[in-house]
Design a protein around this ligand. Structure first.
Ligand code: PEP
Length: 268
């Protein structure tokens, strides 16, 4: 089967509305060309932009429901409304015509102390809310050096899915493997490291949820650039990218989109 190839830009706390509008317009203008010569093994390719909350409105005109470029939030509360100062939940995102949310990013885990229980609640809320959910997992350098990278990621997966039944596991669920040591460091995982971890995640999802779990798109994130995107895809198992720094430059981001769309996947 062809899994959807996703290339998602996480703008983090960058691009206030005026700059977000310029960036989104440039991406929207270039995306058709970037997707114009796809490799047949790439399947459907979808592009997404995750601006800060206050810039969602500025980006919205350049994204369209059911179109190629989707609009994502960088986080989502576990509840729809109530006395939760500072929070934005699934219902509010839907009202703002946001199609999905990133959950469990390592920066949220590290700087905002999000634990497995909170991420599990957010994951469930986002999926129940009918949004695309990009669940991030990934090990710190110490875990990788200690040979505990796979057990760390499996533990994050079992925490996140502790309260999710098979009825919520469908095409709206996307997983992003983002080794913490590769995020914003310029040091990406090797294609072999990414392929190996993606296979581990896919096996775990298959054991837990059957083919609906095993068929999910698994993205790689961590210092993806135009120069390393094709090699990461070509090693197999990588169904696209979650891109931080390089997504702030439309030319670089579109080059990554082009690489993801035109690189042949190995046949199984
Ligand atoms: C990210 O923040 O999800 C990310 C992968 O960042 P970068 O591409 O800058 O490493």
């Amino acid at each position: 089967m062809h899994r959807v190839t996703w290339v998602l830009g996480n703008w983090k706390q960058n691009h206030r509305p005026a700059a977000a509008k310029v960036g989104a317009e440039a991406i929207a203008d270039g995306v058709a060309e970037a997707l114009s010569n796809p490799d047949p093994t790439a399947g459907e390719v979808r592009v997404g932009i995750a601006p800060p909350y206050l810039s969602l409105e500025a980006v919205r005109p350049y994204t369209r429901l059911d179109d190629t470029v989707v609009l994502l939030a960088q986080d989502c509360a576990a509840q729809d409304e109530g006395a939760f100062t500072g929070e934005v939940g699934p219902a509010m995102l839907r009202d703002a015509e946001v199609e999905g949310a990133i959950i469990g990013h390592s920066e949220r885990r590290a700087y905002f102390h999000e634990d497995d229980a909170l991420i599990a609640a957010k994951l469930r809320a986002v999926l129940e809310g009918g949004l695309v959910c990009v669940l991030c997992v990934g090990e710190a350098l110490e875990a990788r050096d200690a040979g505990e990278h796979e057990s760390t990621v499996i533990s994050q997966l079992s925490g996140a899915f502790s309260n999710v039944g098979p009825e919520l596991v469908n095409e709206r669920l996307v997983i992003a493997y983002e080794p913490v040591w590769a995020i914003g460091t310029g040091r990406n995982a090797t294609p072999e490291q990414a392929a190996q971890m993606h296979a581990t995640i896919r096996r775990w999802m298959g054991e837990r949820f059957g083919s609906a779990g095993a068929d999910r798109s698994i993205l790689y994130g961590g210092s993806v650039k135009p120069g390393n995107a094709s090699a990461l895809i070509a090693a197999g198992e990588v169904d696209g990218f979650l891109v931080g720094g390089a997504s702030l430059d439309p030319t670089s981001f579109l080059a990554i989109v082009r690489a993801a769309a035109t690189t042949a996947r190995p046949t199984a």
